[in-house]
Design a binder for this molecule. Structure first.
Ligand SMILES: C[S@@+](CC[C@H](N)C(=O)[O-])C[C@H]1O[C@@H](n2cnc3c(N)ncnc32)[C@H](O)[C@@H]1O
Length: 201
């Protein structure tokens, strides 16, 4: 039988810096919903480091769900839940919550803008007051990319799907504010990515 576990080199590089951002922002005990968990490597890394976090991974695609489940079986962690099939744009696939945190790593630039709109709307409903939404990925500020490599990445994304693309941070923040989510911090991360933290007022 083939091993369904996926390995992503980027996750191997960024999972520790992402964990450190979350450790700064979240309490010791927290219910965390992760969207777009992909391989499941971030979920295992964070749940291993923080036994007080109850981590709920999710993804809409069968291959990702199989990978997350296989990593979870191998890790045997009591605080890592079975992966949920969650499509951000389908409200009925979201768990009711509430959550102290919602995490989306490398999602909003590799999906249509409607995913960002739905993510902000649901996060505004499902986060507790004071709860944190953490996004990770590349951003631009207006027309300006934060690095030449991000401009090339943006062009590549748009070639693959014209609805994708590196997002303008100002537009993302405005969308969040429309759902009661206030920008708390932006954190410089490896490879010209940003950690973007919002708090539900
Ligand atoms: C580039 S991968 C990122 C995976 C993982 N977070 C990481 O950084 O390694 C993008 C992920 O977004 C998921 N995705 C795409 N559309 C989505 C949607 N509408 N709702 C939730 N997840 C979605 C894909 O299935 C995929 O796993």
């Amino acid at each position: 039988m083939t091993d369904p576990r996926r390995y992503t080199p980027a996750a191997a590089r960024n999972r520790q810096p992402i964990l450190e951002v979350l450790q700064e922002a979240l309490p010791e005990r927290a219910r965390v919903l992760e969207l777009a968990s992909g391989s499941g490597e971030h979920a295992v890394h964070c749940a291993t480091a923080m036994p007080g976090w109850m981590w709920q991974p999710s993804d809409p695609t069968p291959g990702a769900l199989a990978s997350i489940a296989a990593w979870r079986d191998q890790a045997g962690l009591a605080n890592l839940a079975e992966p949920l099939r969650l499509d951000a744009t389908a409200a009925d696939t979201w768990p009711a919550g509430p959550f102290e945190a919602i995490v989306a790593i490398n999602l909003i630039h590799i999906s249509p803008w409607a995913v960002t709109e739905a993510l902000m709307a649901r996060a505004g409903e499902r986060l507790v007051r004071g709860g944190v939404l953490c996004l990770y990925g590349p951003y631009r500020r207006g027309a300006d990319h934060t690095a030449p490599s991000n401009a090339a990445f943006d062009a590549d994304l748009r070639r693959r799907d014209p609805r994708w693309g590196v997002r303008d941070l100002t537009r993302v923040v405005a969308e969040a504010e429309g759902h009661g989510l206030r920008l708390q911090a932006t954190v410089e991360m490896p490879a010209n990515n940003l950690g973007v933290l919002f708090v539900r007022d």
